[in-house]
Design a protein around this ligand. Structure first.
Ligand SMILES: NC(=O)c1ccc[n+]([C@@H]2O[C@H](COP(=O)([O-])OP(=O)(O)OC[C@H]3O[C@@H](n4cnc5c(N)ncnc54)[C@H](O)[C@@H]3O)[C@@H](O)[C@H]2O)c1
Length: 244
């Protein structure tokens, strides 16, 4: 798949890259020639992912401003630039709203929306200097349509859509595009749903199945490409038609 994309000479940062969709996106960018940083707070999985893909693993918690700023400092020190930022890290703390604790509300918002905000803010000075940048955020069907047991996640993912559109407007003048994808991929996030519920969900997807994680990569590659510079503020579903 990466054969058709060339990111040679570019620096790419993918958050939540130790497994799932993030891991496949990191592999895609490494294969397409980019110096690729895999960011995750799961040390063990991150070491394996970095070795597996040939990317550079950096341990960081996206909900910590200190960690995020340190990552971007390191990336700039080592490569002198940052071209593509993929805000993908995510967690679930599912339960119905009347059982939802403050802790689980805050954690989910801090990782999804907060991590996306922190990494974007840290990259902007460098994007402005370069007059170039590509940001791809990861949202969800749940952010648009809601889902029982996911009030925290839906709020965070809807927030990411507003954040994507706002920053697309703010950063366009600096040659930066900001877009989002809405995936539907078989990862441990999907595997954590009870099997009968997952089967019910798959049956509602026009394509009749969840995608493999790697199937999102060509869409991410398109949005990250230099040639896609007139596409901004878009939420692109890569979801087998579930949002039709
Ligand atoms: N799988 C799907 O179908 C689906 C659907 C819609 C949206 N998404 C979104 O796609 C993204 C990736 O999901 P996935 O299914 O690959 O999940 P996953 O659980 O397989 O991977 C998520 C990764 O993020 C990392 N992470 C979590 N919190 C972190 C933190 N605070 N700091 C650093 N790293 C952290 C985890 O360690 C993990 O490696 C998420 O944002 C998720 O909400 C997934």
């Amino acid at each position: 798949m990466s054969m058709t994309f060339n990111f040679t000479g570019q620096t790419v940062v993918v958050t939540g890259a130790a497994q799932g969709i993030g891991l496949e996106m990191a592999r895609f960018f490494v294969d397409a020639g980019a110096t690729t940083y895999l960011i995750d707070f799961d040390d063990e999985a991150l070491s394996k992912a970095a070795a597996d893909t040939g990317g550079r693993g950096v341990r960081a918690d996206v909900s910590s401003t200190e960690d995020v700023d340190a990552v971007i400092r390191q990336v700039i020190e080592e490569t002198g630039r940052i071209d593509v930022l993929v805000n993908n890290a995510g967690i679930l703390r599912d339960t119905v709203v009347w059982k939802l604790s403050d802790e689980d509300w805050d954690a989910v918002l801090n990782v999804h929306a907060g991590g996306t905000f922190r990494f974007t803010r840290a990259c902007v000075p460098h994007f402005r200097t370069q007059q170039y940048g590509r940001i791809i955020n990861v949202t969800s069907y749940t952010g648009l349509h809601g889902n029982i047991g996911q009030a925290n996640y839906a709020t965070a993912k809807a927030g990411i859509i507003g954040f994507t559109k706002t920053t697309a407007k703010e950063l366009a003048r600096f040659g930066v595009t900001v877009n989002a994808i809405s995936p539907n991929a078989r990862t441990r996030m999907i595997d954590s749903i009870p099997a009968d519920r997952a089967a019910e969900l798959a049956a509602t997807i026009p394509m009749g199945r969840f995608s493999e994680p790697a199937e999102v990569c060509s869409t991410v590659g398109f949005l990250a490409a230099t040639e896609s510079g007139y596409v901004t503020g878009v939420v692109l579903p890569v979801d087998g038609g579930i949002s039709i």
